[in-house]
Design a binder for this molecule. Sequence first.
Ligand SMILES: Cc1cc2nc3c(=O)[nH]c(=O)nc-3n(C[C@H](O)[C@H](O)[C@H](O)COP(=O)(O)OP(=O)(O)OC[C@H]3O[C@@H](n4cnc5c(N)ncnc54)[C@H](O)[C@@H]3O)c2cc1C
Ligand SMILES: NC(=O)c1ccc[n+]([C@@H]2O[C@H](COP(=O)([O-])OP(=O)(O)OC[C@H]3O[C@@H](n4cnc5c(N)ncnc54)[C@H](O)[C@@H]3O)[C@@H](O)[C@H]2O)c1
Length: 467
Amino acid sequence: MTHYDLAIIGSGSGNTLISPAWDDRKVVLVEGGTFGGTCLNVGCIPTKMYVYPAQQASAPAEAFRLGVDLTLDGVRWRDIRDRIFTRIDAISSGGRDYRADELENVTLIEEYVRLTGEKSFETPSGDVITADQLVIAAGSRAVLPEIPGIALPQVHTSDTVMRLDELPRRLLIVGGGYVSAEFAHVFGAFGTDVTIAVRSGGMLRHLDGTVSEAFTRQAAHQWDLRLDTDVTQIVANDDGSVTARLNGPAGPTEIEVDVVLMAVGRTPNTDRIGAADAGLDLHDDGRLAVDEYQRVLRHGEPVEGLWALGDVSSAHQLKHVANHEANVVAHNLLHPDALRASDHRFVPAAVFSHPQAASVGMTEEEALAHAEASGTLIVTAVQHYGSTAYGWAMEDTQGFAKLIAEQSTGRILGAHILGHEASMIIQPVIQAMSFGLDAHTMARGQYWIHPALTEVVENALLSLRTG
Ligand SMILES: Cc1cc2nc3c(=O)[nH]c(=O)nc-3n(C[C@H](O)[C@H](O)[C@H](O)COP(=O)(O)OP(=O)(O)OC[C@H]3O[C@@H](n4cnc5c(N)ncnc54)[C@H](O)[C@@H]3O)c2cc1C
Ligand SMILES: NC(=O)c1ccc[n+]([C@@H]2O[C@H](COP(=O)([O-])OP(=O)(O)OC[C@H]3O[C@@H](n4cnc5c(N)ncnc54)[C@H](O)[C@@H]3O)[C@@H](O)[C@H]2O)c1
């Protein structure tokens, strides 16, 4: 048995906790998978490194209506793949070597461990580790539904699809959320025939209804979108392709593809670390229960010195949330008498698809429920990109920003943007909400660069009938 001052399970955002403040204390970092976790190796970073060239590959279609004739001569999939992973793999292995070899006070264990108590765990090779403080930052993993044929080598998740040797000619994506929307854009722009099977009636259904409906419409123009459709079986064919059996509104049908991407959500890794056996509290979806200081709960009470952060405990499976919670835990580990709380009031998110979608705060549906419960009124404004000068320059006919505010105070409750660089132009609204600026002050209290695309947000603010 070895005892440490601090033990961390998971090298994603968990890795950032090891600051110089721990230099004279014993720390163990445990990583059973690839060093650096999901975002670096199989998540945010490589996906966006694919999204950017996908945008370039989409340029001919976009430019044509502006009077610019471009042709796409080809997409060198292996070159793109190797450029991305040469860079990422080096960062991962550099980070691993730094933790393994260069810090005398830090030990790196490269095995999947299981809790044996509140602040103890064991490795498959039989070592038992105890710690004064333990941080569980074990993340989440892609869900694989129990469909016959799910284990075929042609069936991938986001973990493996980015490393394919060849760009598939035909791809079936199962699911209608983030991963589906982003990979449909990437593979579709590169020339793959993309079919998407969504078991519900729309894509991105976690977003505001107006955005989800508009995205679904645009998705149906770009990809073969099958709504209200289940995949019931996947069967291997002799030529290396697979046949997926679908059940949709028109009854059973079949589709032949080269690769299937399962994109049906992610589940927290609490089962794999044995959190329930250790007596820790779990939410219904399997997340660890934590309080506002990121302390893990047992029988509803925080366990002293036991912390969790990121996907393993968060309702938001987002890297900026995992990083924020890691900052909070980093402080709280060292300042037990002056704990900081996490701030989950205005968590933004963006889907890097075509078009992009970005959101923060309440959807209109949630705002209406809030208004009813609080006896207030809400106002909404929808501003189209095409109504601003930059939108004219782009000849944009689809993009829009939808803002929702409290009528009496002008307090902004939510923002939902669909279109070019939505993830960037939403940032001033996130700032206004976080710092409590009302819609009018925000619109009139600063210059807005003319004729930048941010004028969409300015005009939406001015259109809100508040006060
Ligand atoms: C395809 C994809 C794209 C994404 N894109 C974005 C994006 O654009 N923006 C965004 O904000 N978020 C994005 N995300 C989500 C983001 O990647 C995650 O929210 C974030 O990486 C979670 O960080 P974490 O530190 O909680 O967990 P992770 O980074 O997953 O780290 C957990 C680590 O713990 C290890 N581990 C688990 N169990 C054990 C055990 N028992 N013993 C030892 N080690 C263990 C795992 O191997 C893993 O490396 C994306 C996710 C995916 C899958
Ligand atoms: N840009 C980003 O920030 C980004 C990008 C990718 C992933 N992520 C994170 O990763 C998480 C996982 O992404 P995701 O797209 O896998 O999940 P998701 O929750 O976004 O979407 C899952 C989809 O699968 C469907 N589904 C669920 N179970 C199903 C089943 N058994 N059969 C068929 N369909 C089923 C759901 O209805 C939904 O359409 C996201 O929730 C997000 O937090 C973020």
